[in-house]
Design a protein around this ligand. Structure first.
Ligand code: NAD
Length: 484
């Protein structure tokens, strides 16, 4: 295959062609696959389809680069990461535009903030350290706890926040001395390929490679003998395949998976002030958030008023192509998800549940547009309450009793996030403490940060990303006992 200098293309990031980045080189592939614009439903670019051999080559280069990368100091690796953030910053607008084209999210409120946040996180994480701890220091010996890098990390990412979720993995993995091969979702490979391309002009060859292709590359990575860890974000079903496949080589795993987050609005809540946050908590990214509000529990005492205020707010939003600056809600990302979200609409209608907004897909549109849909008080056992819709449909569910609503919120195989809203903060925190989830927000929504662990309980995940806890998961603890 031909290879192209990473520097030659640095001024034309937005236009194709796109390359996989392997061993410091940009490579062409013999096969390619279509990347669709979800706002038009039409192909707008072709992405390279890496072969199994090219993935092997990327892993071999990462293994070789690990020898020298892992022995650099934190300060040296920080410098590389800072240079990477600088190099990305130059292209921040092109990268965001590309993200909107392939993912669908509105440019101004979705894609640009995602790209900017990813760049900012690289810089912030680069400044973190995992120091050696002295566990014992006696007359006879010293016991030190080191945290050593694992080796080659394989990152497997989804299509909802392709850039941010990839960089959540890249920055801590590289900082702690690992090398990495990323496989983006086949639905949204392009922006990640460009991040990979830019990386080749910053990092030593093999430190960070990006290899796009079909889903079959995933199992190849999870079974690969030279990959020490898989950092996976995606659905719980795929996560189970990852666990099974990784067992053969006893890989370390971090799994960020699905959720069915409940928001509980308590009887004393200042719910009028919270409408916008609750709306965007559910509908942001067209509902395609792992930690999106997927069940909105409202106390009976203000239920009707709440539903009309929520619907009024929703009516002010505009559905359309994310490149249109007036659009606030974009399409669903891909046809598979579009069809899946429609099964929820079909089920809601078939069971005579009350749709108070939306519900009808405009069949004349070729893009994957689902209007914001609000379902009023569907039964607890219904599909829209029990399953992860991952689309712009919100069930507003009535409750009477706080103990009962906590039980309903916890009655799920998922345990990712949740939120509790109430004027009496202590009482709201007491409810939050009873939710069986990895994260819970009280009177705010989706605040995140590089020192805040992010991860799920139950079938929503294993391990965390972010925070010192997440960074530690890119290392092995190593105890060194020294006789004096
Ligand atoms: P998905 O599981 O279909 O795909 C995720 C990634 O896994 C893709 O890169 C895909 O190519 C790859 N893959 C597919 N089959 C594989 C296999 N057998 N082995 C290894 N890799 C394989 O998920 P998706 O549809 O892209 O993303 C949506 C899901 O992700 C939702 O359930 C959402 O809740 C979840 N998610 C979770 C988080 C979190 O942090 N917890 C964040 C974002 C999305």
């Amino acid at each position: 295959m031909n290879s192209v200098s990473p520097r030659v293309l640095s001024s034309s990031l937005f236009e194709g062609p796109y390359y996989i980045s392997v061993a410091g080189k940009l490579l062409e592939t013999s096969d390619s696959f279509a990347v669709m614009n979800p706002a038009t439903g039409a192909e707008f670019a072709r992405a390279p389809a890496a072969t199994a051999e090219q993935l092997d080559e990327a892993v071999a280069a990462a293994k070789s680069a690990f020898k020298t990368w892992s022995v650099l100091t934190y300060d040296q690796r920080q410098k590389y990461l800072d240079d990477y953030a600088d190099a990305l910053e130059v292209h921040r607008e092109e990268l965001a535009r590309l993200l909107t084209l392939e993912q669908g999210k509105p440019l101004k409120s979705g894609a640009q903030p995602e790209v900017d946040q990813a760049i900012s996180w690289i810089r912030q994480i680069a400044a973190r350290r995992i120091p050696v701890e002295i566990l014992e220091d006696t007359d006879s010996h010293i016991v030190e706890l080191h945290h050593t890098p694992l080796g080659v990390v394989g990152a497997i990412t989804p299509w909802n926040f392709p850039v941010l979720l990839a960089l959540w993995k890249v920055a801590p993995a590289l900082l702690t001395g690992n090398t990495m091969v990323i496989k983006p979702s086949p639905f949204t490979p392009l922006t990640t390929l460009r991040f990979g391309q830019i990386a080749q002009s910053v990092f030593p060859a093999g430190v960070l490679s990006v290899v796009s292709g079909g889903n079959e590359l995933g199992p190849q990575m999870t079974a690969h003998p030279d990959i020490a860890k898989i950092s996976f974000t995606g659905s719980t079903e795929t996560g189970k395949h990852v666990i099974r496949s990784a067992a053969g080589t006893v890989k370390r795993l971090t799994l960020e998976m699905g959720g069915n987050d409940a928001a509980i609005v308590l009887p004393d809540a200042d719910w009028k002030a919270a409408i916008a946050q609750l709306f965007w908590g559910a509908i942001g990214n067209s509902g395609q958030w792992c930690v999106g509000i997927k069940r909105l529990y409202i106390h009976r005492s203000f239920h009707s008023e709440f539903v009309s205020a929520f619907v009024d707010y929703a009516r002010q939003q505009k559905l359309g192509d994310g490149l249109d600056p007036s659009v606030t809600v974009g399409p669903v990302q891909n046809k598979m998800q579009f069809d899946k979200v429609r099964t929820f609409l079909d089920d809601i209608k078939a069971n005579g549940q009350k749709i108070v907004l939306g519900g009808e897909v405009d069949e004349s549109q070729s893009g994957y547009f689902i209007p914001v849909t609000v379902v009023d008080n569907p039964p607890e056992h219904s599909k829209i309450v029990q399953e992860e819709q991952f689309g712009p449909i919100v069930p507003i569910i009535v409750y009477d009793d706080v103990d009962d609503v906590i039980e309903r919120a916890n009655d799920s195989p998922f345990g990712l996030g949740g939120s509790v809203w109430g004027r009496d903060t202590q009482a709201a925190v007491a409810v939050a403490n009873r939710l069986e989830t990895g994260m819970v927000w009280v009177n705010e929504m989706h605040t995140q940060g590089v020192d805040i662990p992010f991860g799920g309980h139950k079938q929503s995940g294993v391990g965390t990303e972010g925070g010192h806890e997440g960074r530690l998961l890119f290392t092995n603890p190593k105890t060194v006992l020294i006789k004096k």
